[in-house]
Write a protein that binds this ligand. Structure first.
Ligand SMILES: Cc1cc2nc3c(=O)[nH]c(=O)nc-3n(C[C@H](O)[C@H](O)[C@H](O)COP(=O)(O)OP(=O)(O)OC[C@H]3O[C@@H](n4cnc5c(N)ncnc54)[C@H](O)[C@@H]3O)c2cc1C
Length: 544
């Protein structure tokens, strides 16, 4: 059920588990805990729809040192559903080599094997309706054709296929809203901003979370276990400001809390592929549907290329960009605006463009339905996007700054940089892609001067962040090497867990959310199995 903290009187039960944050991570966890008999309280700082007062907490709370990470303000959403209300829904698992220690602060990698994550990826695919087809060329005959087109001697890249969660299932908050509303064992308390973890007399356990509303209402919520699922940056922030046990925050004993913040970096439209071999290019880069799930290829630097070039993980994608005034772009924008603002987004102007473009839209629809292929609008151009991993540097750090935000939480400072390692990786991906397309007789890349100089490589001032915030509370086998253990439990604390990309020791160049969800499922199982399983009360409800 949903309760507004600004109007609430009392909770209907004493919770077993308190989850801070109703974004993708928190809601995946809650979904897996439903029907276990456990009472779950979710504290969500935002409202049920986007509100300027909640969003302003993200926009103004940060001081930057080094480069400005735009996504800290534009790429986080403080609302029920979190950034899941806006994400693109691309799901990809981490590759085995991305779990290694190569790009971490001090050579300490993931304390769990890829095989452990793999079983949760499988569960997730079933839950999300992603059909369980492999992410590589074995998934479909179109995919096999794609890879066969590449020059036989090309081992610069390995091709994987991103699965796009269909729109109706993308916003997990909206998807789960009704069933959570009907669930008597789950309370979602919204407008409830967690501002501190409280320990009472305990030195090894959290006893409550202090929450505050925008109207100044305050209360401490007790539970047996606490899971912080407030997004990477806010999760770290909550630990940092909770310094009753340690001056560097909860989990800060080994001075690693806040360290190793990272994102992925990207060169937008880094190049244009000349259209002399347009049909071959379309065959190579075009997405296809399996059921209603769009699959699009990404050209990932192979492990061999990474070793040869001494660079990080990276990949290239080729997108077919329609003209901004085309019907398909208008339709896409309209759907996105509708997701953000509801029916207010539907202006007369948009209807007129859509009407004019109806023949194109019908043709696109038929391509999709009859051939199972991603429609490529008639007047479109192919653009290359290059993406690189960031190493988790100890100097890239989230820490407490001076001053307070509107709910009285200390402001944050973020030291973030884009360094030579990322620039070099982007350059290697770009050059190797260029060579591959030439050798495979697919086309030539005409680099946009301002983004990529064929001699110098990627240009720093054109590189942007990607809203994939991670790190700051990494997972480690030994307490001295990180902030949480392999079960995502804060070292030294009995009952405090993180469900967030904050725990990633490294993330390669893979989109993070599929792994965030896999870890949340694993955490739900851990909470139920090891400490909270109530004998005789149902097993997991595995469908979202
Ligand atoms: C435009 C866009 C496109 C994206 N596309 C992709 C993609 O295709 N693939 C991919 O893998 N990733 C993508 N991402 C990233 C993805 O959205 C995030 O990785 C994911 O949402 C993180 O989930 P989360 O639950 O950890 O955090 P969030 O979604 O940020 O959820 C955190 C929740 O906690 C709440 N909260 C925060 N602080 C507090 C507090 N103190 N008290 C109470 N509640 C609090 C917030 O309101 C929010 O509801 C995209 C992001 C954006 C913005």
């Amino acid at each position: 059920m949903f309760i507004d903290f600004e109007r609430a009187t009392d909770l209907p039960f004493a919770p077993d588990i308190c989850v801070v944050g109703a974004g993708i991570a928190g809601l995946t966890l809650v979904s897996a805990l439903r029907q276990t008999g456990l009472k779950v309280l979710v504290l969500e700082g935002g409202g049920l729809t986007h509100e300027p007062r909640s969003q302003s907490l993200f926009e103004s709370e940060m001081d930057f040192a080094g480069a400005v990470n735009e996504g800290v303000g534009n790429g986080r959403f403080r609302v029920f559903g979190g950034s899941g209300t806006r994400w693109s829904g691309k799901c990809v698992p981490l590759a085995a080599h991305e779990l290694s220690a190569g790009s971490t602060i001090d050579g300490v990698g993931w304390p769990i094997e890829i095989s452990i994550l793999a079983s949760y990826y499988d569960q997730l695919e079933a839950m999300l309706g992603l059909k369980g087809s492999p992410f590589d060329a074995r998934c479909d005959q179109v995919a096999r054709r794609t890879t066969q087109m590449l020059a036989a001697d090309c081992d610069a890249f390995s091709v994987r296929f991103e699965k796009w969660l269909p729109l109706p299932r993308r916003d997990i908050g909206r998807f789960l809203h009704q069933s959570l509303n009907d669930d008597l064992d789950v309370v979602v308390l919204y407008h409830a901003n967690a501002v501190e973890l409280v320990c009472g007399d305990r030195r090894d356990a959290v006893t409550g979370v202090r929450a505050r509303s925008y109207t100044g209402r305050e209360r401490i919520f007790a539970a047996r276990h606490f899971v912080i699922a407030a997004g990477a940056i806010e999760s770290v922030r909550l630990l940092l400001v909770s310094h009753s046990l340690h001056p560097d925050g909860m989990g800060g004993r080994w001075k690693l809390l806040g360290c190793g913040f990272n994102d992925h970096v990207m060169l937008h439209t880094a190049g244009v592929v000349a259209t002399d071999a347009w049909p071959r290019l379309r065959r190579l880069a075009r997405g296809f549907y399996i059921g209603n799930v769009l699959h699009t290829p990404r050209f990932e630097l192979s492990q061999q290329s990474k070793v040869e070039e001494g660079c990080l993980s990276g990949y290239a994608s080729i997108y077919f960009q329609a003209e901004p005034e085309s019907a398909i772009v208008k339709l896409r924008t309209l759907l996105e605006d509708y997701r953000a603002c509801g029916a207010r987004a539907l202006s007369r102007d948009s209807y007129a463009t859509l009407l004019r473009g109806t023949p194109d839209l019908v043709a696109d629809f038929l391509v999709r339905k009859t051939l199972g292929l991603q429609p490529i609008p008639s007047r479109s151009r192919a653009e290359v996007h290059l993406v690189a991993e960031q190493p988790s540097r100890s100097s890239a750090r989230i820490r407490i700054a001076e001053g307070y935000d509107a709910v009285g939480m200390p402001r944050l400072a973020l030291a973030w940089q884009i360094g030579d390692a990322e620039l070099r990786t982007l350059t290697v991906v770009g050059r190797r892609l260029e060579a591959l397309l030439r050798r495979s007789r697919i086309g030539a890349v005409t680099w946009f001067d301002e983004a990529f100089d064929p001699k110098e490589g990627a240009r720093l001032d054109r590189v942007v962040d990607t809203y994939h915030h991670a790190g700051g509370a990494r997972m480690s086998a030994l307490a001295r090497d990180g902030v949480v253990d392999a079960d995502c439990r804060v070292h030294d604390m009995q009952n405090l867990y993180l469900a967030s990309a904050a725990v990633f020791p490294s993330g390669g160049s893979t989109n993070p959310t599929f792994t965030i969800m896999a870890l949340a499922l694993r955490l739900a199982e851990h909470l139920q199995r090891t400490t909270l399983y109530v004998e005789g009360i149902g097993s997991y409800n595995r469908s979202l």
